[in-house]
Design a protein around this ligand. Sequence first.
Ligand code: 5GP
Length: 481
Amino acid sequence: MGSARGSYYSALKQITKVANSALSLRRICNSIAKSAATAVQANGCRILSLNPQKEYLITVGAYGLSDLYLKKGPLDVHKSLPDILDGKVVFIADAAKDKRVQYPQIALAQGISSILGIPVLEKGEAIGEIRIYTREPRQFSEADKSFLLSVADICAVIFERAELHQLLEQDYKANEKRRKSSRVSPLPATTLRPTSFAHPSEEDFAKLLDFYCIEWLYEPRSFPLRWEGDKIAEMFTPDFYLPELDLYVELTTLKQHLLTEKNRKLRQLRELYPEVNIRLLNKNDFLKLLAKYGYGPLGEAKVEGIDRVLYSHAKIQRRVKTLARHISRDYAGQRLVLIGILKGVVCFMADLMQNLSLPVTLDFMAISYYGGDGQVVKITRDLDSSITGQHVLMVEDIVDTGMTLNYILSHLSAHNPASLRVCTLLDKKARRLINVPLDYVGFEVPDEFVVGYGLDYKGEYRNLPFIGILHPELTKGAEPH
Ligand code: 5GP
């Protein structure tokens, strides 16, 4: 016991020393992984951070694990030892047989028996993990766990510091850009981006994906292509994986010799892994691909006037499908009248109703605002059919102060429907003046002016397939109604 305590002490001394050094995040975490694994007499360790969407885990440091194991595929937080992110210490006695392990066959092939997972918590919320691996099946003592929890606390401080550093750097770059021109500012990072790119073109690609709010993982999987006996003689690691599109992307330039070599590897990969969706892309191909997935009229990569994308097309579609499922479940066996206010709701209404598994009818109203402060609502087009005795769902694009909805709801209630509920895609809660009941909400949006997917600014932007934040310069002084 005394010697174990001694090894924890010298490991912690080493860890705090390296944590306080000027090394890169990756090198600090590699060193911590080594000290932690050695102190608890394990064979390997990896330190993981959550990606900004909090859906995947990204390796920030590792020790004693093969490249193939580290790049075995995207680590989905819901499938890979999910309890750790609830703040629990998780012990896996036999990695090859445990359902909580996402890639059990690879653990088996790599000779990994036991895994201990420790949450990295920041103010009680998980931001990452430490995982300890052993070749022999073994238990861990309470002292091991308590030592690793301290290492996790140190990791949390390191992550926080790196995030702050990134934010400051971005802020500096954004200001520099603004000084040079009045072009758009980059997406502010809210979570650590622990990725070190091999090439500047990959970083550019990642920025473009960030702009379109498309989730990405950098080099999450290596595909063995050729074996010599038991040994892997050739591997291929595509640059990116885009989970929303289930697509691996390898970036390329037009240099012919590189292209031929990459094409050869890709052919081999497709033969060996027919289920894997992979594309070799140069910048132009990528812009075309974005257009194919509905990312707008893209002569240029960025849409003029849009500061950043808040919800991608894919994300909106996923959310609309979930809302439609809830509505279909709640109204099962009934008929429903959907009512929308023109024109902002057109995209949402069209997608929502196509996903409802109920008999529905559709009606629209139009309104205008008058009065000094533009807050008095007048109905300029009323319903076509009576709603008396019917189940009515008011479908809204965005609820802001709640004035419009409050007025419309009292107008509709006067017609004595059998029931009256509200479904809004966006809820700008921060600006609410009247407390209107919202039964189904797509997303809670920040207090910023949003456009796209039906929502306009001076009549424009309705056709964008995503919801974006308009550049604040454009809306200066233009309050929503
Ligand atoms: P409320 O009466 O709740 O304040 O305003 C609702 C209406 O204001 C919405 O139907 C919409 O027309 C407009 N609105 C409020 N916030 C925004 C926004 O961020 N973007 C756009 N395009 N319209 C908004």
